[in-house]
Design a protein around this ligand. Sequence first.
Ligand SMILES: Nc1ncnc2c1ncn2[C@@H]1O[C@H](COP(=O)(O)OP(=O)(O)OP(=O)(O)O)[C@@H](O)[C@H]1O
Length: 252
Amino acid sequence: MNAPVVEARHLTVELGERPVLHEVDFHVNEGEVVTLLGANGSGKSTLVRAVAGLVPVTSGEITLFGQPQRSFRAWKRIGYVPQRLTATGGVPATVREVVSSGRLAHRRPFLPASRADRDAVEWAIDLVGLSDRINDGIQTLSGGQQQRVLIARAAAGTPDLLVLDEPNAGLDWRSQEAFARSLRTFVASGRTVLVVLHDMGPLAPLVDRGVVLDAGRVTHDGPLPVPAGAAGMPDDHRHTTGEQTGPFGWIS
Ligand SMILES: Nc1ncnc2c1ncn2[C@@H]1O[C@H](COP(=O)(O)OP(=O)(O)OP(=O)(O)O)[C@@H](O)[C@H]1O
């Protein structure tokens, strides 16, 4: 069996000299969809930001794809979607431009985008159902659509691990369902997802395991009960025989 895609051992993170994560042990195996749950301020964002290398580790260790994070260089294997779009002001960018920025790690500097880059961008925009808005400025999109642009940007890099911080925040139920369909397509090829959620909503049937944080400590790690009414999608994301394979071997 391959090494876990993410493993944290005795992970402690202090922010502003305050301990936010205490001795957290936690892992995500290849092909799993793992959700981080917990009350506001319990440390969920800090944990995914530490995994993404955005906050320093005080003590303990993180490994990514079996390699210590401090020597890990294959960052294009990881797509990270932060909590919300922070910069919609300034120069207006189109959906295509924002999603194209997710291909930068794959491109040679100063050369035009290759056919593969363009295909990946168009495919990722299609994945989140925004092909009809591809040339529109992102400032003209609703909050839910902007969230999907961020997901497409991460997906365009064809990462093996997608890390999402509260992708459903502020989305209405229909947008959450559209997002759940996109994520189902993503995981159908055995790729791995780590997602912070407040409320599992339509994602519940996709989730293999839940890790619950309370005041920076893991208090539960295991399967989660699927709430009644959330079973809108079949729990069969690993059984893909007969489906069409899209670009890069993903299932479309
Ligand atoms: N840069 C920072 N400096 C100091 N403290 C911070 C910083 N960022 C977060 N914290 C604190 O760390 C704790 C955990 O925050 P974090 O955002 O990880 O929690 P969360 O579980 O994701 O919460 P939410 O659900 O509200 O997003 C909170 O008490 C927060 O105030």
